[in-house]
Ligand binder design. Structure first.
Ligand code: NAP
Ligand code: GCO
Length: 267
């Protein structure tokens, strides 16, 4: 047996949502390296165009679509267009997401709802759109991008933690409800990754020192570093491939050990 073949994505079509840049772009690039055809969406044409150019620069001919994952009509139309222009989606990564860092009692209900809508309702809407064709095809892989906040809370991220905690359980429920159709649904829980979403937490201070939160994360991470988007590509290829056909309803934390560690004692 050539065990590496189990990790091949040759002939597979992968949709990664919100993947013009950041974690989604890295995961899609890893899928391409494993042989998959890459399809992605983002919220406006400018981002999609920039994404297509970035994929092209990386030697990847990606298909890009403008679609807001919270809009069921747009999502259903996008999936139908993908199936017509590219083919049936074999692998879905629900990556699109936002965060709002506001103390809960200062957050409006509208702000809370917006985070839940994108980070939790979005994965529901897109998964619901792709599962019927996966059932017809006889297989499918769904990977939900969860978070440390699927397990832990912290100040100012109430909506995000609620969404990512819900996404963990949506992952387990999709696994439970559709496992019999040879669909595996798992999550990836990244630790703290250096992307535009976390840039505010890593800003160099006026005195030239590292952001206090940056120092905190370094002390909380056994690997003593922020993750890079590329750290997620191997785990994502594993969960998208035949190598994980009996892994279902699992959240794979790719966090450098944060969840295992009480944190380094301050000097
Ligand atoms: P990012 O840099 O902010 O990228 C998020 C992407 O999602 C952007 O392209 C964004 O487009 C897109 N998006 C936002 N709302 C959308 C919508 N309604 N429909 C379609 N696309 C939408 O974030 P990231 O750091 O790469 O994170 C990607 C995922 O990983 C998110 O789910 C995040 O919660 C999760 N995550 C991140 C970290 C981390 O440390 N960075 C750790 C754990 C989990 P716009 O530019 O237009 O907003
Ligand atoms: C924050 C960060 C985190 C990361 C990630 C950790 O403000 O705490 O943005 O939420 O984005 O989700 O796994």
């Amino acid at each position: 047996m050539d065990i590496l073949n189990k990790f091949s994505l040759d002939g597979k079509i992968a949709l990664v949502t919100g993947a013009s840049y950041g974690i989604g772009f890295a995961i899609a690039s890893g899928f391409a390296a494993a042989g998959a055809t890459i399809v992605f969406n983002d919220i406006n044409q400018d981002l999609v165009d920039k994404g297509i150019a970035a994929y092209k620069e990386a030697g990847i001919e990606a298909y890009g679509y403008v679609c807001d994952v919270t809009n069921e009509e747009q999502v259903n139309a996008m999936v139908a267009q993908i199936e017509k222009e590219v083919g049936v989606i074999d692998i879905l990564v629900n990556n699109a997401g936002i965060i709002k860092r506001i103390p809960m009692c200062e957050m409006t209900a509208a702000e809370f709802r917006q985070v839940i809508d994108i980070d939790l309702n979005g994965p529901f809407i897109v998964s619901k759109a792709v599962i019927p064709s996966m059932i017809k095809k006889g297989h499918g892989k769904i990977i939900n991008i969860c978070s440390m906040m699927s397990e832990l809370g912290r100040e100012t991220v109430s909506a995000y933690a609620a969404a990512k905690g819900g996404l963990k359980m949506l992952t387990k429920n999709i696994a439970s409800e559709y496992g019999e159709f040879n669909i595996q649904c798992n999550g990836i829980g990244p630790g703290y990754i250096a992307t535009p979403q976390t840039a505010p937490l890593r800003e160099i201070q006026p005195d030239g020192s590292r952001h206090p939160f940056d120092q905190f994360i370094i002390a909380k991470t056994p690997a003593a570093r922020w993750g890079e988007p590329d750290d997620l590509t191997g785990p994502a290829v594993f969960l998208a491939s035949d190598a994980s056909n009996f892994v279902n309803g699992h959240i794979l934390y790719v966090d450098g050990g944060i969840l295992a560690y009480i944190g380094k004692q301050p000097k």
